[in-house]
Write a new protein. Structure first.
Lengths: 368, 583
């Protein structure tokens, strides 16, 4: 027995010694990707004044030297796979992805930054996630020639929208006959819709945007606009998650949902599901998903090349069209959603007041 | 210089640390107990204290120093009282729903000659294998008041008054209870396997009926396992979120965990609030653990594996054999076959709508084909497999030693080890994830962004199950077996390896199977901790779901059920050859 204990002690000692030895040789966990010794800001300065073609060649040269590009994204499986494969094929560059939820990408970026770990070169996040990362001063202010094609609503100081998620009202065509579908959001507050609605429970931004829209265009007070939501919530089953909401809508659990993703409805329609969202019930809210370069990128050239490519009409934007996503390139987007116009929303204002809106929304959802 | 009397006195009073260690270890011949206690405490402490410290720090230290604001805010949150009541009803109800079929099935499978036994073991695990979200969604399609297949069928047959809407507290309890019942089944199956049948036989011989034998002999003898199952069930249901979110929120029933999720998904993230709620759960776990110990205080009572030789064999059900067989079939059709059938039906469609002739032309195997084209699916499966096997093995070995220290030794503070091992049960996975990121970004070894960090997270999260499975079994092993081994000259390691481990093997195996299965499903910490190259299966499944591919997820779920059932049946087959054999 004592021999066994001695062996255990020896093992533990060796492990401790090894740990100490490596502590002196490496300051922390190894970091991904290559490094050409150029910071994001230095690279951006180098690029100013270059033509589109010179810019691409310069970036490509540096990116080839640096190796793998590291992307953190809250994109989803199919979309990101196609996008990354197409990019890799176009430039013969490696790109790796950490594909999580908005919360997990945001938490990781903040934690890594605090520890000085340079894990990501480029990040794709929904607008609220991007707001937090931007506030934490992690993003480099990129000027890309491709941003011009994105409407003003999608251009921010240090990030640019790559696509939009339209939150729309959709109905089950088996339950809502042609001619009786809603045309304006406020109609859903009517008692006639009682028990026929399914409301998704997490759309704080959507809620705030419509309240502000009614205040600005219909002369309503905030309380009046919020009351519209209270009445709609009272008519609704509240559903956790957009996937469950559109699934249950198709299955017939309820007849209408005021906040499902248009792209999901388009995909379901293509599969033959009995759902419709057009003519669009106004107002429609567009939530941007953005892209940004990390200040701490180890491979800023590869990251920028990827950003330019995702924003270009014949690159990433066209792939979004094939996926029935709504690209941020104004002209390309028209091929997917026609003339549907989302409302203009003061995104940064809503984000800054997020706590207020989220508390209010929580009350509405809980019916208190 | 001479040494005076005063110096000697001072030396005695202020012993050097080395002397103290020697004094602690030596003296009364229990060296090994203390060494094992210290070693397991250090390992468990290392695993648990990082997330615990993170929780405590974030809850009680604000920007302006120490504070209890978060606790006050948590207690005064809008609707918190009502949510606490809902949580308690939900936890108690689903624990009961899980305990009854779980225990009954385990008893019938292990202790009786009930028909169809060979398939029961694997089938009982099905609710555990189906991803939680799918299990809940399947029940919506079965029991929704509006579109539920079972309700529609009842109406069509004129039994509409029997229909039941799953969007209700009753529905939440039913679905959560059924989903958790395999944990009870595994724990109780292990306990029943070790039971000496002579006790039941003597009662039967003395004229007692089967039901009073079960009530007065069998169940009291497996009390440690029953209480362990109850403890785990209640705490798990208290922190459960998926089922209440899908089935409770639509009808306005909110539970306390919805506050934790709100705190974690808002920004800036309110770790302080989430921490206050989680620490509340830790407190509840400790109180229940104290009750558990009080109920098990005369541990010798449960020692059914004794020095006396016996061969466990099964109880004859006699005329009850076939009625019970029918009951089995009904249970399985309702609880296992019907959700599985819905999943199979979903997996053949591009989207779910209630079954009808029209849907036939939409059916295809596309979802199964899509499965093979998922990005990194091979790598994710490999990583999940490695993590499942290694986390289950590490947890069960570590906890076997820890449970021995807690149940068998007389070391002071041994119950602290039990309590410490149980705390991760109340941690939200996200908190474990963020705490580990924080720690290993600053750690000298290259652990961040490798499989190791996931392994550490999994081992930490599954410690409580390991502890309950092993200690429930340990209670059943009589002390005299180890004493006779020691008398015959065996050292601790020999005794542990050759006496204790084989005797608690049913419990070890049950816990191992459980951990292996749930680790494949583990999402909340995995999604934070994985990195390119260490993708895991649960993250892929979650991505499929958020992307809207519920029917592809159903195909994955169906395939997983079949693969894991095969593995579980195999493990069961191997398991029944080791340890205590059932004749």
């Amino acid at each position: 027995m004592s021999a066994w204990l001695k062996r255990l002690a020896a093992l533990l000692t060796t492990a401790t010694l090894m740990a100490c030895a490596s502590a002196t040789t490496s300051p922390g966990p190894s970091q991904p990707g290559g490094d050409v010794g150029l910071t994001s800001e230095q690279l951006l300065a180098e690029l100013s004044g270059k033509s589109e073609e010179e810019r691409e060649q310069h970036l490509l040269g540096l990116a080839q030297e640096a190796g793998t590009i590291s992307l953190y994204a809250d994109a989803q499986l199919d979309d990101s796979a196609e996008l990354l494969d197409a990019f890799s094929e176009a430039y013969d560059l490696e790109i790796s992805i950490y594909d999580g939820s908005t919360d997990s990408v945001r938490d990781r970026l903040l934690q890594e930054a605090a520890a000085g770990y340079r894990g990501a070169d480029v990040v794709e996040l929904d607008a609220l996630g991007m707001y937090v990362v931007s506030e934490a001063d992690l993003l480099a202010a990129v000027e890309t020639p491709y941003a011009a094609a994105v409407g003003p609503a999608g251009r921010f100081d240090d990030w640019t929208a790559i696509r939009y998620s339209f939150l729309v009202t959709a109905w089950n065509t088996g339950a809502v006959s042609a001619g009786s579908e809603p045309t304006e959001f406020r109609e859903l507050a009517d008692a006639a819709w009682s028990g026929r609605l399914g409301l998704e429970s997490s759309d704080v931004y959507w809620f705030a945007a419509i309240v502000k829209h009614y205040q600005a265009t219909e002369g309503m007070t905030e309380d009046q606009a919020v009351d519209v939501f209270r009445s709609i919530a009272a008519n609704s089953q509240v559903i956790d998650g957009h996937t469950a909401t559109s699934d249950f809508l198709v299955a017939g659990q309820f007849d209408v949902s005021p906040n499902v993703y248009a792209h999901r409805i388009l995909q379901l329609q293509e599969d033959g599901a009995p759902v419709e969202w057009q003519p669009a019930v106004q107002p429609v809210v567009a939530e941007p998903t953005g892209i940004a370069l990390l200040k701490s990128a180890r491979n800023p050239a590869g990251a920028l090349l990827y950003i330019d490519w995702v924003l270009s009409a014949d690159g990433g934007q066209q792939i979004f069209v094939d996926q029935q996503r709504i690209p941020s390139h104004v002209e390309v987007a028209a091929t997917v959603v026609g003339d549907v116009q989302p409302i203009e929303a003061a995104f940064n204002e809503i984000a800054a007041e997020y706590d207020k809106w989220s508390t209010l929304w929580d009350e509405i959802v809980r019916g208190s | 210089m001479t040494i005076g009397e005063g110096d000697v006195a001072a030396t005695t009073a202020r012993r050097s640390p080395a002397d103290r260690v020697r004094a602690y270890l030596g003296g009364d011949g229990r060296v090994i107990e203390r060494i094992l206690f210290v070693v397991t405490l250090v390992i468990v402490g290392y695993l648990v204290l990082a997330p615990l410290a993170f929780l405590v720090y974030n809850t009680f230290v604000g920007p302006a120093g120490p504070t209890v604001d978060a606790v006050i805010a948590a207690a005064q949150a809008d609707g918190a009282g009502e949510m606490l009541v809902n949580s308690l009803i939900f936890a108690a109800g689903s624990a009961v729903v899980a305990m009854i079929p779980g225990t009954a099935l385990a008893y019938l499978t292990i202790r009786t000659n009930a028909p169809l036994k060979p398939i029961l073991f694997a089938i009982s695990l099905v609710p555990l294998i189906i991803p939680g979200i799918l299990f809940t969604v399947a029940w919506v399609y079965l029991l929704s008041g509006r579109i539920g297949v079972i309700n529609k069928a009842l109406e069509a047959l004129g039994f509409g008054f029997l229909s039941f809407d799953v969007f209700s507290m009753g529905g939440m309890i039913l679905v959560e209870g059924l989903h958790m019942s395999p944990i009870v089944f595994l724990l109780m199956a292990a306990a029943f396997r070790s039971l000496d049948p002579s006790l039941e036989e003597s009662a039967l011989m003395s004229g007692a009926g089967l039901s009073s034998v079960i009530r007065r002999i069998t169940l009291p003898l497996v009390r440690p396992a029953l209480l362990a199952a109850l403890l785990v069930m209640v705490v798990r249901a208290l922190e459960g979120f998926e089922t209440p979110a899908i089935l409770g929120i639509p009808e306005g029933t909110f539970v306390l965990t919805s506050r934790i999720f709100l705190a974690l998904s808002t920004f800036p993230v309110r770790y302080d609030l989430a921490g206050a709620y989680s620490l509340g759960l830790v407190l509840i776990t400790f109180i229940m653990l104290a009750l558990y110990r009080w109920f098990n205080r005369q541990s010798e009572r449960y020692q059914v594996i004794t020095g006396k030789g016996y061969r466990p064999h099964t109880l004859e059900l006699g005329r009850w054999k076939w009625p019970i067989g029918v009951l089995f079939v009904v249970y399985f059709v309702l609880v296992v076959v019907s959700p599985l059938a819905i999943l199979v039906y979903m997996s053949l469609l591009p989207f779910y709508t209630p079954p009808s002739i029209d849907m036939l032309h939409l059916m295809s195997l596309d979802n199964y084909l899509r499965m093979f084209h998922l990005r990194d699916v091979a790598g994710a499966l490999r990583n999940s497999f490695v993590l499942a096997i290694s986390s289950a093995t590490i947890v069960m070995i570590l906890m076997a030693v820890a449970a021995w220290v807690v149940v068998r030794s007389r070391v002071r503070f041994r119950y602290g080890l039990d309590a410490l091992s149980m705390t991760p049960l109340s941690f939200p996975g996200v908190v474990i994830g963020v705490a580990l990121i924080f720690l290993y970004l600053r750690f000298p070894l290259d652990i961040y962004a490798t499989l190791w960090i996931l392994l550490i997270a999994y081992v930490t999260q599954f410690l409580p199950y390991g502890m309950r499975y092993t200690s429930a079994s340990m209670f059943q092993v009589g002390r005299e077996l180890e004493e006779s081994a020691a008398m015959s000259g065996a050292g601790w390691r020999q005794t542990f390896q050759r006496i204790v481990l084989p005797l608690i093997f049913p419990g070890l195996l049950a816990g191992w199977i459980y951990i292996m299965i749930v680790s494949v499903r583990q999402l909340s910490s995995s999604i934070l901790l994985y990195a390119p190259g260490t993708e895991v299966f649960s993250v892929l499944m979650w991505q499929l779901y958020t992307d809207g591919y519920t029917t592809t997820l159903a195909a994955v779920g169906v395939s997983t059920v079949f693969v894991l059932m095969l593995l579980a049946a195999l493990a069961h087959r191997i398991g029944s050859r080791v340890g205590v054999r059932v004749a």
